[in-house]
Write a protein that binds this ligand. Sequence first.
Ligand SMILES: Nc1ncnc2c1ncn2[C@@H]1O[C@H](COP(=O)(O)OP(=O)(O)OP(=O)(O)O)[C@@H](O)[C@H]1O
Ligand SMILES: [Mg+2]
Length: 326
Amino acid sequence: MATPSPASVPLAEREVIVKIEGLQKYFGKLHVLKGVDLEVRKGEVIVLIGPSGSGKSTFLRCLNFLEDPTTGDISIGGVHAMCGGHGKGFKQAVHEIRMKCGMVFQEFNLFPHKDATENVIEAPVLVKGEKKEDAVKKAHELLTKVGLAERVDYFPSQLSGGQKQRVAIARALAMDPLLMLFDEPTSALDPELIGEVLKVMKELADGGMTMIVVSHEMGFARDVADRVVYMDEGYFIEQGPPDEVFFNPKDPRTRQFLRHILPEVDPRHAAELGITEMTDEYEAAGDDASPIAQPGTDLPKTPTGPGPGGEMPLDASDRPGEPDDS
Ligand SMILES: Nc1ncnc2c1ncn2[C@@H]1O[C@H](COP(=O)(O)OP(=O)(O)OP(=O)(O)O)[C@@H](O)[C@H]1O
Ligand SMILES: [Mg+2]
């Protein structure tokens, strides 16, 4: 009997493939993650939002051990690591978890001296030992999937930001990840290039990929996310279906963020939720009055268009920042 596609099985009945418990991270004395728990089911799309410095990137980077979490438990795809370990078993678990995660960064992190195909085949050939010709064939399929069939031999300097980010997504997919992590994948892009990247991400989600996305693209979150998580000061404050979190936030900190901080620091994304500005009337009406458009309001749909990015860490020494996008 054929295995049912993830979408045909109700979310609540799907297997939990990511389980995070009590995750904490200190940078020296700075306590950045203060005990974070999260379960993600197969094919689920989580969008993580929150103010700058709240720990969103640190959380993603701890999940695939680009940062060493201080304490807590991480299980991804049946592999469990108790954080803070140093032994052989721990290192093996970390390696296996990293192989299960594809990550896409804001700044693409492509190798500038390699063309699109070479960027995509690097990890499969070097880390997984795939035969080069097989890896190239798969790279061309993936580059076609992200709309770059005509650009397989282009170097990063010959590609637009949106095209670079799509190469980065193809590169992450080349390792057949169980889970894709996106850290603000569109925030470095010119507005006209954002849609092409979100379109590819939506197609991935529609295809059943499990994704955790840090992004304030609210139209995308409403369209694609199963769950929005609001993070503040190292805690997951509130989570739920997008419309619940966006239009009926329970926690005062979530309301504060959506009503005050977002419109001020990020008016374009606030406008996607129908929040244009705070009014004195609203302030006077108290915290329960919402300036936020209610569900059903016409919101911009996920933009569509040409062109994404991803990076599969090669090994523990391959920390981001080495390759460059320029
Ligand atoms: N490698 C590091 N060493 C020391 N402190 C760090 C390091 N990385 C992050 N931090 C600190 O951890 C806190 C959380 O940073 P993080 O980058 O996770 O926030 P964020 O929510 O992703 O913010 P933004 O929305 O601006 O990207 C910040 O105070 C930051 O300065
Ligand atoms: Mg960040």
